[in-house]
Design a binder for this molecule. Structure first.
Ligand code: GDP
Ligand code: GDP
Length: 440
């Protein structure tokens, strides 16, 4: 599981600036998707090939009269509780404050590993203003400048140091065996029917549990076989396993949702037909899109809605989940066991699409045909020249296009190419990423 870093500190010390530094901004990739709600409190980060999750706990209202501990919003406490390491951010320019002391006292009660980042420290590495923060008793103050990107890398090095990142120790055979297993997560807000669906699945006669070599059969995954295919159900946020059955727990955890999505190949985004698409649904959908995982939208409780509600629901999906247009939509009733066959089929198709092998000669031929059909626009003196394409990854599939002046290829043209590739390889239920690599 990806380690979780929580950023804690009073307002204005630079937490969100630091957050933006540490996460790859999704805005660049998906700026033109209508309907995508952003939640800038959670983000994926990467240091080399080590991946992690960052939580910005921006949300607490400090109140010096009552003390920060009492006022610390539930959300912040949950974030700290779920974090593997806390980065406590203070402000070198403002200096040490009473609130910082309050936060330090609170953090000590949590017995979490805490790093003290002294922000806004550009041009003051060894200044006494930095040393002053020793007083907090939170260890060595680490000077950073979030705004200028100084010290952030080494801060992350220290933060991630204790975590063991899985080395690729598998041999080819084990990798092949693993690739045959569809890792599946069910994501959705509370009450949409996640535990009902999972228990219905696990209760199916055609489903056989199996022991997967190379994995510890711990609480976090359930391997099973169905119709000759192997699956592994990733333990889903908001659920607890009690013996053979899953049950819903009250609290919803974005962090656990993000971790489950990251661990899976295919995500079933579960919606509640009686509720329409809510903000929280759209948030979760946004995380799934960012992750690049394959996705199937399952509209649950289809048994409980009339024709009018069905029509309104389709409309809200079209509007609010427009950015998941590539995902198949299946209508189901987990309770009445309806629509489950088509759901399995959609999951397997999405998985096959996500792992489709696209040979270089075929990609290059498709590229040339597309250019012949419609050439990219000239941009000033430059006419982008698309020469050849190869596959750069799977789950999500990535197509890398090589040529000259490719930075002038418009987004509209990339979408045109994406459409051609999708159509040829019959890609459904997976995002497809297109990268341009200019040689010049
Ligand atoms: P937050 O409330 O803790 O999330 O703080 P913000 O990230 O919104 O930053 C508060 C202010 O501090 C903004 O005006 C930032 O531009 C500024 N700021 C953030 N990081 C730095 C830094 O490294 N150096 C300086 N000089 N200013 C910074
Ligand atoms: P979770 O919080 O996402 O795990 O949701 P649950 O599985 O606990 O379901 C929440 C409620 O929705 C329960 O009362 C279920 O009985 C009900 N429910 C789940 N699936 C269906 C369905 O397909 N149709 C109907 N009508 N109700 C359902």
């Amino acid at each position: 599981m990806k380690p979780v870093i929580a950023l804690v500190g009073r307002p204005n010390v630079g937490k969100s600036t630091l957050f933006n530094r540490m996460t790859k901004s999704r805005d660049a990739i998906v700026a033109d998707f209508a309907g995508l709600t952003r939640d800038r409190h959670y983000g994926d980060g990467r240091l080399g090939d080590r991946e992690f999750i960052v939580v910005d706990t921006g949300g607490f209202e400090p109140d010096s009269s009552t003390g920060i501990v009492r006022e610390m919003a539930k959300q912040t406490r949950q974030a700290v509780a779920e974090a593997d390491v806390v980065i406590f951010v203070v402000d070198a320019r403002a200096g040490l404050s009473a609130q910082d002391h309050d936060i330090a006292r609170y953090l000590r009660t949590t017995s979490k590993r805490v790093l003290l980042a002294v922000n806004k420290a550009e041009g003051m590495r060894d200044a006494p203003q930095i040393a002053e923060f020793h007083e907090l008793g939170m260890g060595e103050p680490i000077p950073v400048s979030a705004a200028h990107g100084q010290g952030v890398r080494s801060l992350l090095e220290v933060a991630l140091e204790p975590f063991v990142f899985e080395e690729d120790e598998e041999d080819e055979e084990q990798r092949e065996a693993r690739a045959q297993v569809i890792r599946l997560a069910v994501a959705g807000r509370p009450n949409v029917g996640k535990s009902t669906l999972i228990n219905t699945w696990l209760g199916e006669e055609r489903l056989v549990a199996f022991d997967m070599p190379g994995t510890t059969r711990d609480a976090i995954s359930v391997p099973f076989e169905r119709g000759g295919r192997r699956f592994e159900l990733i333990d889903t946020a908001g659920l607890r396993r009690k013996g053979r059955v899953f049950e819903a727990i009250e609290k919803f955890s974005v962090v656990k949702t993000l971790q489950a999505i990251a661990e899976s190949n295919v995500v079933v985004l579960l919606l509640d037909a009686t509720q329409g698409v809510t903000d929280q649904d759209a948030h979760i959908a946004g995380y799934i899109l960012d992750s690049g995982r394959a996705v199937v939208v399952a509209v649950n409780k289809w048994d409980a809605v009339d024709d009018y509600q069905r029509m309104m629901l389709q409309r809200s999906i079209d509007q609010r989940l427009a950015f998941l247009k590539f995902a198949p939509i299946v209508h189901i009733s987990a309770l009445k066991r309806q629509g489950l066959g088509p759901l399995w089929k959609a999951i397997e198709e999405a998985h096959a699409s996500a792992f489709k092998k696209m040979p270089t000669p075929v990609l290059t031929r498709l590229l040339h045909e597309a250019v012949q059909f419609q050439a990219p626009k000239r941009a000033g003196m430059f006419r982008p020249k698309l020469r050849y394409a190869h596959q750069g990854g799977m789950n999500p599939p990535v197509i890398v296009i090589h040529g000259n002046s490719l930075e002038h290829v418009t987004d509209a043209y990339k979408r045109f190419l994406e459409g051609r590739f999708r159509e040829h390889f019959k890609l459904v239920g997976t995002p497809l990423r297109i990268e341009m690599r200019s040689s010049r």
